[in-house]
Design a protein around this ligand. Structure first.
Ligand code: FES
Length: 125
């Protein structure tokens, strides 16, 4: 860890799209996830039962539109991305960390900084 509070993760060029890395940030396991050209970091502990949430898959959020009583809900995939815990499938918005079923459940997030081709997590100090 550096004096400026940045924890090195790894080089951008070796961080594949859809990949994740786990780092220790002041004693907390944090998962850093790459989705296309964006990086996200969350505490790697699922609020449901402690699973390694950041090691789960990233996908588009499935949304449904109520069309009328007795009619089938129209479903489609939105542009919003989610990450799903590999243990039981709880899913969280990749931008906000909010659980898709209950916005009051939020994964703690960390700022990610890219400097000189290296990905860092800001330890929040
Ligand atoms: S521990 Fe993550 S969904 Fe159950």
């Amino acid at each position: 860890m550096s004096e400026d509070g940045l924890v090195e993760v790894k080089a951008v060029e070796s961080f594949a799209d859809g990949d994740h890395e786990l780092v220790d940030v002041r004693g907390v396991e944090v998962g850093v996830v790459r989705d296309e050209d964006e990086f996200y970091a969350f505490r790697n502990t699922c609020p449901h039962d402690g699973g390694p949430v950041c090691t789960g898959p990233v996908s588009r959020k499935l949304v449904g539109e109520f069309v009328g009583p007795g009619e089938r809900v129209e479903r489609s995939f939105s542009d919003e991305k989610i990450i799903s815990c590999p243990w039981h499938g709880w899913s969280f918005d990749l931008e906000t960390g909010e659980n898709v079923a209950d916005e009051n459940i939020v994964l703690p997030s960390y700022d990610v900084v890219v400097e000189n081709g290296i990905v860092y997590v800001d330890d929040g100090r």
